[in-house]
Design a protein around this ligand. Structure first.
Ligand SMILES: [Zn+2]
Length: 213
């Protein structure tokens, strides 16, 4: 355990994602919510169809894809909180001679008791299955050090869709010029999709899972 919370950043993706061509979810059936996917099962398959999508870090259904050269650097620099996962990659013929060596960047770092410790506001709670949705903080993401598991890459379970990284990851991305992401300090982060306060009017991207509503 480190003695103080280091500088943390939201990893924001900057490129359009490849098309997800194969994905499977486990579903939960609730009398109130209906049938909804709760977890992805197995790996996905993606197809790149534009050169601009061929960046070092991008998205797949509910997760991140990263080029092998970046994953090797994470390993070399002893970056924690992730593992590599299998993904099937296809591309249109004109892109087939490009670097298509991607794996899924599966994030295993998590927060603990985040909603309780931060006092996150519950937006809705299902009376039947207990599913809760939380309001996203509008300006800055608070991160008490007792919530952080010490991983260099981690997620906040109650706020799906956000990937948090340490300065070590930020520095590595900067040093090697890795493409497809930018690192925004937690305190500077602003809800760029306008989920709050009028998130019912905003449509979250389909790759964010589970959805906020
Ligand atoms: Zn329910």
């Amino acid at each position: 355990m480190r003695s103080s919370t280091p500088n943390l950043f939201v990893l924001e993706r900057t490129a359009e994602a490849p098309e997800v061509i194969d994905v499977h979810f486990r579903h939960l059936v609730c009398g109130v919510c209906g049938t909804r996917p709760v977890a992805r099962v197995g790996s996905t398959a993606v197809r790149f169809f534009k050169q601009a999508q061929l960046v070092d870090v991008t998205r797949t259904a509910g997760g991140l894809l990263a080029r092998h050269k970046l994953l090797e650097r994470l390993t070399e620099h002893l970056i924690t909180g992730w593992r590599a996962g299998v993904v099937r990659v296809e591309a249109i013929p004109s892109l087939c001679d490009r670097d298509l060596s991607y794996s899924e960047l599966v994030i295993v770092g998590h927060t603990q008791c985040y909603a309780e410790r931060v006092g996150l506001q519950v937006d809705s709670e299902c009376s039947e299955c207990g599913r809760r949705a939380y309001l996203v903080p509008q300006e800055g993401i608070p991160m008490p050090k007792e919530c952080w598991d010490g991983s260099d890459i981690f997620m906040i379970d109650e706020l799906p869709g956000l990937t948090i990284v340490t300065a070590a990851v930020r520095d590595l991305i900067k040093q090697y010029g890795h493409t497809g992401v930018r690192c925004t300090p937690l305190t500077d982060w602003r809800d760029p999709l306008g989920w709050m306060p009028e998130k019912r009017l905003a449509k979250p991207p389909s790759d964010v899972w589970p959805p906020l509503r």
